[in-house]
Design a binder for this molecule. Structure first.
Ligand SMILES: Nc1nc2c(ncn2[C@@H]2O[C@H](COP(=O)(O)OP(=O)(O)OP(=O)(O)O)[C@@H](O)[C@H]2O)c(=O)[nH]1
Length: 394
C-alpha cells in the first residue's frame, strides 16, 4: 500500500513537470494569455504541496490557502481565455480571496476536519465555475468542452466525496492526520496526478486552438477594419453566387468608395484616415444582415454582397447606408469630421456567362458614374455587359 508521503511526492513531481511544460508553452505562445495563468495556477498548487510537506513546523492552513488559491488563478485564466483578453483587477481579486481564505483557515487551523471540509468545498465550487467558463464559449469543437467537463467533473466529485465523508462519516470526523484517512487521501492524490496531466494537455490543446483561430482570422480578415479581406470575400461570394444561381434567387452587389478620401488623409493625417475607415466598417456592420458579406476590397473601397436581395431592395439599403453615413460626425483629434460615400449597385441576372468578376465590373462602372455625377449618391449598373466578360474567371 502506498503511503501519503510517496503519493505526495508523485503528485509534486507531476505538478513540476506540468508547470515547466506550461511555462515553456506560454513562452512559445505569448499571444495566448490564459496559458500563463494556468501555469501560475499550477505553480501555486505546487507551492501548496510543498507547504503541506513542510507542515509542521509550518501551519497546515498555509498549504490549504495556496492549493485553494490555485483553483481561483486557473478559473481566472479560463475567464481570460473566454474573453480573449486580460481582465482587470486580477491582483486585487486574488489578494482579497487569499486574505479571506487565510483568515478562515487560520481560525480553522487546529481542526484538520474543518480545514479539509472548507478547502474541498471551495474546490468543488471552483470546478463547477471552471467548467461553466468553457461552456459559455463557442469553441466550434464539441469534444473539447466534454473532455474539460469530464476532467473537472471527476475532480469535483472526488472533492465532493471527500467533503461529505469528513462531514458525516464518524471515522473521518475524528482524524487528526492525513495518514489516518489514507483510503480517501490515496484516491485524492492518485486522481490529482491524472487530473494534472489531463489539465495540462487541455491547456496545450486550447492554446493551439486559439492560435489556429488567430491564424485563420489573419488569413481572412482585414487587420484595420476586421472585415473580410478580398481573398476570403471572393471565396465566400463565389459560393453565394453558385447558391443563388441554383435557386434562381436574386443577389446584389454594392461597391462603395469613400469620397475625397485622399484629402482627408492630406488634411487630417493617415491616422484619422484609418479612423474613418474603421468607423465606416462599423457603420456597414450595423446596417447589414448576418447573411450579407462585407469586405474591405482595398484602400477606401468596400463591397457588400446581399444574397436573396433584388435591385430595389438593394437600392433602398444602399441609400440607407449612404444617407446615414453622411450624418455620422466623427470625433477626430482635429475636431468633428463628416464624410460621404458613393455606391455602385449591380444585380445578378443568372446568365451562365456571368461571373463574380463581371458583376464587380458592372458595379465598378456604376460607381464610376456616381463619382462623375457629383459623389454621395448611388448608381445602378445598366445590366450585364458582355464586353466586361472578356477574360473573366468563372
Ligand atoms: N489612411 C489610409 N488611407 C488609405 C488606406 N488605403 C488607401 N488609402 C488612401 O486612400 C486615398 C484614395 O484616394 P483616391 O483613390 O485618389 O480617391 P479619393 O481621394 O477618395 O477621391 P474620389 O474617390 O474620387 O472621391 C489615397 O490617398 C490612399 O493613400 C489606408 O489603409 N489608410
Amino acid at each position: 500500500m502506498l503511503d501519503i508521503k510517496t503519493l505526495m511526492l508523485v503528485l509534486a513531481l507531476a505538478t513540476v513537470v506540468s508547470v515547466v511544460g506550461l511555462l515553456i508553452a506560454s513562452l512559445l505562445n505569448r499571444q495566448v494569455l490564459a496559458i500563463r495563468y494556468w501555469a501560475a495556477g499550477l505553480a501555486c498548487f505546487f507551492t501548496g504541496l510543498f507547504l503541506q510537506v513542510a507542515s509542521p513546523p509550518l501551519p497546515l492552513w498555509l498549504s490549504a490557502v495556496a492549493i485553494t488559491q490555485a483553483y481561483f488563478v486557473i478559473w481566472w485564466g479560463t475567464r481570460c481565455y473566454r474573453f480573449s483578453q486580460r481582465l482587470p483587477r486580477f491582483w486585487l481579486v486574488m489578494m482579497l480571496i487569499g486574505l479571506a481564505q487565510g483568515l478562515t483557515f487560520f481560525i480553522l487551523s487546529d481542526s484538520l476536519r474543518w480545514s479539509i471540509v472548507f478547502h474541498s468545498s471551495v474546490a468543488v465550487v471552483m470546478c463547477g465555475l471552471t467548467i461553466r467558463e468553457l461552456w459559455k464559449l463557442n469553441l466550434g469543437q464539441p469534444l473539447l468542452p466534454l473532455f474539460w467537463t469530464l476532467l473537472w467533473g471527476v475532480h469535483g466529485l472526488v472533492y465532493l466525496r471527500r467533503t461529505l465523508l469528513y462531514l458525516f462519516d464518524s471515522h473521518y470526523s475524528q482524524v487528526t492526520s492525513f495518514e489516518q484517512a489514507i483510503e480517501i487521501e490515496a484516491l485524492n492524490y492518485l486522481e490529482g496526478t491524472v487530473f494534472l496531466y489531463g489539465f495540462s494537455l487541455m491547456c496545450v490543446i486550447l492554446t493551439t486552438l486559439r492560435l489556429q483561430q488567430a491564424l485563420r482570422r489573419q488569413a481572412t480578415r482585414d487587420p484595420l477594419t476586421d472585415l473580410l479581406n478580398r481573398r476570403a470575400f471572393e471565396e465566400a461570394a463565389l459560393n453565394a453566387l453558385a447558391l443563388g444561381r441554383r435557386g434562381q434567387r436574386p443577389l446584389t452587389l454594392l461597391l462603395m468608395d469613400l469620397d475625397k478620401f485622399k484629402s482627408i488623409n492630406d488634411q487630417h493625417g493617415h491616422k484619422t484616415g484609418d479612423q474613418v475607415l474603421g468607423a465606416f466598417a462599423e457603420h456597414l456592420h450595423a446596417h447589414a444582415r448576418t447573411a450579407d458579406l462585407i469586405c474591405r476590397f482595398g484602400g477606401e473601397e468596400f463591397v457588400v454582397l446581399l444574397p436573396d436581395t433584388d435591385r430595389d431592395q438593394a437600392q433602398s439599403m444602399a441609400e440607407r447606408i449612404r444617407r446615414s453615413w453622411a450624418e455620422v460626425v466623427l470625433d477626430t483629434p482635429n475636431g468633428p469630421l463628416a464624410t460621404t460615400v458613393s455606391i455602385g449597385l449591380a444585380q445578378t441576372c443568372h446568365d451562365p456567362a456571368e461571373t463574380l468578376y463581371s458583376l464587380l465590373e458592372q458595379a465598378d462602372q456604376a460607381l464610376y458614374r456616381a463619382k462623375q455625377n457629383g459623389r454621395n449618391r448611388t448608381e445602378q449598373a445598366d445590366g450585364l455587359r458582355l464586353s466586361a466578360l472578356e477574360g473573366a474567371i468563372v
